[in-house]
Ligand binder design. Sequence first.
Ligand code: NDP
Length: 333
Amino acid sequence: MTETLNRQILLVEKPAGKLGPEHFRLTQTAIPQPADGEVLLRVRCISLDAANRAWMHGATYRSAIETNSVMAGGALAEVVESRAPGLEPGDLVFGDTGWQDYAAVPAKHLVKLPRIEPLTYLLSVYGIAGLTAYFGLLKIGRPKAGETVVVSAAAGSVGSIVGQIAKIKDCRVVGIAGGTDKCHWLTSELGFDAAVDYKAGPVFKPLKAAAPNGIDVYFDNVGGDILEACLAQMNLFGRIACCGAISQYDGAPAAHGPRGVPGLIVVKRLTMQGFIVMDFDDQRAEALADLQTWVASGRLKVQEDIVNGLENTPQALVGLLAGENRGKRMVQL
Ligand code: NDP
């Protein structure tokens, strides 16, 4: 190991409105020493997730991020030194290393990964994005062939995989995304049947045209007004997989929409269920086998958006929240 210093990005202020690069600071410190039961990791690739912003609001399915600490975040990392059984130098792992070059992390908080090439797939299609899409769609949405599946944030990392799996399951698939370029990409490259540009105006009417037989499964990444529009077009016994609420994460004026939920749920006998990808940890092997088969056969296209350099991580997250990315955004170190 030739380096002696560890670059870190601290969250120095929690944003009151939109997140900006000014809420972070790059600093340097000594490379940490692993304690008993820990490993020293060299971070290779940081996963950027919309949820990074949600963690700043307070405790979610994890504890809140504190200011003046290293910004939290999942990453693909390589073991440099091990003081824990079961992990050796050179092993690849996934864990919450935070935004820094090196981290000393308890081995029990890490998932050991196989060396699959390209390694970035371990963060995209075989990482949290792919598994979230797989479990959320198939276990919560439970689509049947011929049904209509709608997914929001459809050109993002989770959404782009949801739509493609729904096509593999012979569904009619409608994506909701921001901008004509993204919408065109969904239909021309990823095989979606239709796409609705939510930035062009309210989605209710274009969605009705794109899903003339109503919606059987709605995979909700955004919440808010888009969820409200989809709820109103759900078919009897429809399922809504509540994956995230990105429209509410980044300084939205006040949590709003959807209205009229209880009545609709009763009359249409809808199921609306939230989930966290970790709920399905015991079914990971089955999911990875399916995802690998679909990627190998070319039925599932992997779209990655790779930014280089730790120092660019804050701007990369700001850009993700603004919709800059197509597919899985990550930062390679
Ligand atoms: P994405 O790669 O999907 O990127 C986020 C995208 O969201 C942007 O590209 C942008 O695309 C879109 N977006 C931003 N603001 C809005 C808005 N106001 N309304 C509609 N779309 C918006 O990010 P992730 O894959 O990290 O996250 C997708 C969702 O999945 C999030 O809700 C996240 O919390 C959730 N998630 C949930 C997990 C779980 O276990 N439940 C696990 C992992 C992720 P556009 O240009 O189209 O606006």
